[in-house]
Design a protein around this ligand. Structure first.
Ligand code: ATR
Length: 483
């Protein structure tokens, strides 16, 4: 079940939240501590105001909530609310046998027994969940993983507790895989927010339902993902998930924040993942874990696509293809025969290799000359410092921008400030957020032909999809809805 945590201050506001999310959720959680005091006193009416089952929760400050009343006062309000037809009531682990529990039992309201840990994953989590289930119908553990190893521990514990009705929540950004793969972890439900997340790691009900189809995950679902650090801003799930949906493939693609690549490979094997994308800063680090790599990976020295083949992981690179795709016709026709590549980092490596592989004459410009020099030596190119950019005005057919200068939120940064375009150049910025960088704005004003980072992103993703699934990326996949 997808459970919407209601965050309005009034019961009417909570009903609006449910209405907005009605197509995406199965259940809602009414948090009395988030309501205005007067409204909380009327909470018993709430189940009659909506058509979804409701969990009743009154969270104390010590458990991450807002209720600072005495235990006695909190109990009184909960008791009065239990006159309403709630589906569940959440009672914290340390609350002793009490009238709230007795009243819930009497009224047939199921009990969720919960504990929260905002510091980490407690070592005794397994036995604590076991104890909780002796005192309630469902055990809930909301804990805070801080590493990919913690995420693996939580999936393992979840498997060991198979058959026990439970909810395991991974709070914070490390916990995202547990929130999305809640069904794989055997959790009864996952908590979702309305619209934009309020805290890191929260995912909207709409995304869980429409983008990830998290409630459809079962034991046969093939799991794919993207690893990086940071990774949560990635648009790749918006490419792959609609693609899987369009070809009717029982598969899911989700982001994994990673700190230790070896631990991630253990998790990938544990979850029997079929493949994953690799982004900054792991495109090189991943190489030593691969049993097989393609010629491109070997020559470029970086890998952005990993798939499972019998007995090993195989690494491929679709970045170079994604980059070339939008300009390939112009290279083949001879319209592009010379290029200026700005930057000599990881992204530039694949781009320089792709251009040289197609016979384009390349000059690399970089702030740090030594990096430009080594990349140029490897690929038989010219090189120079960024400061000399104006020397190349009117000299090249293609200008490619590969640095992070101009990336969101630096809308007004341009690595070749003052460069004068003739208007005949093709200018390609691989940044995709924002779509229109400062460099592209200047080039457009001069009449240049533009190419955007989102073209490269989409094309590398489509080829990756083919490597993952064996099918062409479907034409009718709606990848724009969540991009
Ligand atoms: P990526 O994998 O995204 O290419 P990277 O390997 O860290 O990341 O490379 C970043 C590129 O952006 C480099 O070419 C870097 O120049 P240096 O080699 O001189 O560091 C370039 N870059 C980053 N910030 C820059 C800035 N403020 N001005 C100019 N170039 C910059």
């Amino acid at each position: 079940m997808i459970c919407l945590t209601l965050s309005s201050k009034t019961l009417a506001g909570c009903c609006d939240e449910i209405r907005r999310n009605r197509d995406y959720i199965d259940i809602a959680e009414l948090r009395l501590d988030l309501l205005d005091e007067k409204e909380a006193l009327d909470a018993k009416q709430f189940p009659t105001m909506t058509d979804v089952p409701v969990i009743l929760t009154f969270r104390r400050v010590s458990d991450g909530g807002k209720c600072s009343l005495s235990e006695r006062a909190r109990k009184q309000i909960l008791l009065s609310a239990l006159d309403g037809d709630f589906a569940y009531v959440d009672i914290e682990e340390d609350v002793k046998k009490n009238e709230v529990e007795a009243k819930a039992r009497e009224r047939g309201i199921r009990i969720i027994r919960s504990f929260h840990d905002f510091d980490g994953v407690p070592e005794d989590i397994y036995s604590r969940i076991h104890k909780l289930i002796e005192r309630g119908d469902v055990a809930k553990a909301a804990v805070t993983p801080h590493s990919i190893q913690d995420v693996l521990t939580l999936f393992r514990i979840a498997d060991e507790l198979k058959g026990i009705p439970k909810i395991i929540v991974g709070m914070g950004e490390w916990g995202i895989p547990l929130r999305i793969l809640y069904a794989r972890a055997g959790s009864l439900l996952t908590f979702a927010c309305d619209g934009e997340p309020i805290a890191p790691g929260q995912i909207s009900a709409r995304e869980l339902k429409l983008l990830y189809r998290a409630d459809k995950v079962d034991d046969r679902t093939a799991i794919y993902g993207i690893i990086g650090n940071p990774v949560l801003h990635t648009s790749s799930p918006a490419i792959h998930n609609p693609g899987f949906h369009a070809i009717n493939y029982n598969a899911i693609y989700l982001p994994f924040l990673v700190d230790n690549i070896r631990h991630f490979f253990t998790l990938a094997e544990y979850l029997r993942m079929r493949g994953f994308s690799v982004t900054i800063p792991f495109k090189k680090d991943v190489l030593m874990y691969l049993g097989n790599i393609t010629r491109e990976v070997k020559q470029i020295g970086s890998c952005n696509t990993v798939i499972r083949v019998p007995g090993m992981w195989k690494g491929m690179n679709t970045d170079y293809y994604g980059f070339l795709h939008p300009i390939l016709k112009d290279i083949e026709s001879g319209r592009i025969s010379t290029a200026l590549v700005i930057g000599a980092g990881g992204a530039s490596q694949a781009i320089v290799w792709a251009l040289r592989n197609r016979g384009v004459k390349v000059t690399i410009l970089n702030r740090t000359l030594s990096r430009a020099e080594s990349l140029a030596t490897l690929n038989l190119c010219e090189y120079d410092t960024l400061e000399n950019a104006r020397k190349y005005e009117g000299q090249v057919d293609l200008i490619v921008q590969t640095t992070s200068v101009g990336l969101y939120p630096d809308f007004d940064a341009n690595p070749i400030e003052g460069f004068v375009f003739s208007g005949k150049e093709i200018v390609y910025d691989i940044i995709y957020k924002p779509r229109m960088t400062k460099l592209l704005r200047v080039a457009e004003a001069a009449g240049c032909t533009l190419h955007y980072g989102e073209e490269m992103l989409l094309e590398q993703g489509k080829l990756q999809f083919e490597l993952f699934t064996g099918y062409h990326y479907p034409n009718d996949a709606d990848y724009s809805a969540f991009a």
